[in-house]
Ligand binder design. Structure first.
Ligand SMILES: Nc1ncnc2c1ncn2[C@@H]1O[C@H](COP(=O)(O)OP(=O)(O)OP(=O)(O)O)[C@@H](O)[C@H]1O
Length: 229
């Protein structure tokens, strides 16, 4: 389980995270939802140790987060960070050199699944294919948790559907996933847990199935209640 307790983060004098607490379980898909600028990416970066926090605690499997945890967590940023001149094949070779737990057979599976060609260069990929490559590079690392920043942002409906289908496949099985998004239309059915953020704070968090069964509300119903009041 990934657990944030009262995490506070300032950039200069601006408080970007204001006492954020939530948990994300292994074997579950947890979605951080909020409009642009509420602090979703900052939460992921804080978990990854890419930005220091000012207050609060982050625990991974009940231990304070430590550098060796990063072997077990993969972060898929919202844009691809590989140089444009590299081919997909070269990107995979880079990842294999860099990560002990790179899984080439899973990468090959994903190449076929996403219909990507190894000889294509990063700079020449469509936005959808760049998002798919980004995801491939993250998912082919054998980790316990995977954090994805806006994996559906700005790409066409068919690419979105294809990426969404990854979430119900064996590629995700047994892992804990945290994704961020500002719109959930296509992915609501995939989510186990939702954390609604506003201005650096958690407004509410809930288990989607329990919410449906106990209160008869969809994620959208709760979002309407919380954001429009
Ligand atoms: N390095 C930085 N220096 C200063 N301010 C920053 C920095 N990174 C983010 N911010 C500010 O922190 C706030 C939260 O940013 P963050 O990227 O976490 O939001 P977000 O919810 O992920 O938004 P988006 O969906 O647009 O990515 C924003 O007001 C942003 O301008």
């Amino acid at each position: 389980m990934i657990e944030l307790q009262n995490v506070t983060k300032k950039y200069g004098r601006k408080k970007v995270l204001n006492g954020v607490s939530f948990t994300a379980e292994k074997n579950e898909i947890t979605c951080l939802i909020g409009i642009n600028g509420v602090g979703k990416s900052t939460v992921l970066k804080a978990i990854m140790g890419l930005t220091p926090i000012d207050k609060g605690h982050i625990h991974i499997d009940e231990q304070p987060v430590h550098y060796w945890h990063y072997e077990r967590i993969t972060f898929v940023p919202d844009t691809i960070t590989m140089p444009g001149s590299m081919t997909i094949k070269a990107c995979m070779r880079f990842m294999a050199d860099f990560y002990n737990n790179w899984n080439q057979s899973r990468a090959n599976e994903l190449l076929i699944f996403f219909k990507l060609k190894v000889e294509d260069k990063v700079a020449e990929l469509s936005k959808g294919n760049a998002a798919k490559l980004n995801l491939l590079l993250g998912l082919a690392v054998d980790s316990d948790y995977i954090l994805m920043d806006e994996p559906f942002s700005g790409i066409d409906v068919f690419s979105r559907e294809q990426i969404a289908s990854v979430f119900t496949s064996q590629l995700i099985e047994d892992r804990g996933v945290i994704i961020t998004t500002h719109e959930i239309n296509d992915i609501e059915h995939l989510l186990d847990k939702v954390v609604l953020l506003d201005q650096g704070a958690v407004l509410t968090s809930f288990n989607c199935e329990e919410m449906r069964q106990e209160q008869g509300k969809s994620v959208m119903d709760v979002m309407r209640e919380v954001y429009q009041t």
